[in-house]
Design a protein around this ligand. Structure first.
Ligand code: XMP
Length: 321
């Protein structure tokens, strides 16, 4: 019988035994795993933990504030790094999806490394590696000794420099996602983070097709927020495995009042899946989609057309890039 309270006590004792008086560094992504780990480590080692949250400017509306509000009051020593300008600069004019991913991964490591060095010496790097990640990397071609498996897989990059020389703390190595969510509940992680859909490391950059700009990110952020808030409001969020908005580069003719418009097309996508390897498009109610379409076009003036993606995976992927 799996008892979460008992497991938490055990995890805390294990972390304390491993870490001793050492200093621990953790990268917070805003997802459930790293956030829960932040809460667990704050309980286990308090101020010996420094959690770093990189704001790359590719986050959703209010996400940075939500993460800070969730973790700081529960004792997580959290530092937010504003790296928006660097990321935007590095991505300027880049339209190839894999190139975008590479640049974002590289900039992430750069920003994290710079912050880590500036904060002094750390003995440990904590990561929210789950049991399925352990299995996957054990079976994979590249066994990971770099000490940054999560950062690596989340950001599609090669990890941190060897001279940072961290030992790894991975208390969730034997756990499944559901178990982490249960632990998160007991540690007081707010529901909206605890039950959140997965969100890719490269963030909204791979949902803005082609070259990104601050203006486009701002449009996409507002569309995404209307859609995701709408799903929550109508009780549809938990029935989807993942939902997203995409800003396409397509401009088309529309009409608004007496005016002819020539604006962007936004796409909405929602899927159901068990493993994200295959997925079905979510059969969201027409009335809900109509409400979303009206809200988006009325509130986001840069959009005059909304489409819903009715393609499964395969042949399509979940993301559009
Ligand atoms: P696709 O689009 O390949 O997505 O069907 C499957 C799942 O993976 C997520 N995804 C990513 N996650 N970095 C990530 O951390 C990435 O570069 C990346 N690309 C896709 C996607 O959101 C979905 O959950």
């Amino acid at each position: 019988d799996w008892n979460a309270e008992h497991i938490i006590d055990e995890l805390i004792a294990d972390v304390q035994a491993q870490v001793g008086n050492g200093k621990v560094l953790l990268a917070i992504s805003g997802g459930v795993d790293s956030s829960t780990l932040g809460l667990l480590l704050a309980r286990a080692v308090g101020e010996q933990l420094t959690a770093v949250f990189i704001d790359h400017g590719l986050l959703r509306l209010g996400e940075r504030e939500q993460v800070e509000a969730a973790l700081k009051p529960l004792g997580v020593n959290l530092i937010t790094v504003d790296a928006r300008a660097e990321f935007m600069g590095a991505l300027d004019g880049v339209s190839d999806p894999e190139q975008k991913r590479k640049i974002i991964g590289r900039e992430f490591i750069r920003a994290f490394e710079r912050e880590a060095r500036g904060l002094g010496h750390f003995d440990f790097l904590a990561q929210g590696t789950l049991y399925p990640d352990v299995i996957e990397s054990a079976g994979g071609a590249h066994g990971d000794k770099s000490g940054a498996a999560n950062i690596k897989s989340h950001h599609n990059v090669g990890g941190l420099p060897d001279d940072l020389n961290f030992k790894l703390v991975e208390p969730f190595r034997t756990l499944f996602k559901d178990e982490v969510r249960e632990i998160a509940r007991l540690l007081g992680l707010p529901e909206h983070i605890r039950m959140r859909h997965p969100f890719p490391g490269p963030g909204l950059a791979i949902r803005c097709l082609g070259a990104i700009s601050e203006e486009k990110m701002d449009i996409l952020r507002r569309v995404d927020d209307i859609f995701i808030s709408g799903l929550r409001e109508f009780g549809l969020y938990d029935g989807c495995s993942q939902a997203l908005a995409i800003l396409t580069p397509i401009q088309s003719v529309g009409v608004m009042g007496d005016e002819r418009t020539y604006s962007y097309t936004a796409a909405l996508r929602a899927v159901t899946t068990d493993d994200f390897m295959t997925a079905e498009w979510a059969r969201l109610p027409y009335d809900f989609l109509a409400t979303m379409s009206n809200r988006i076009v009325n509130q986001v003036h840069e959009i005059n057309r909304v489409v819903y993606d009715i393609t499964g995976k395969p042949p399509a992927t979940i993301e559009w890039e």
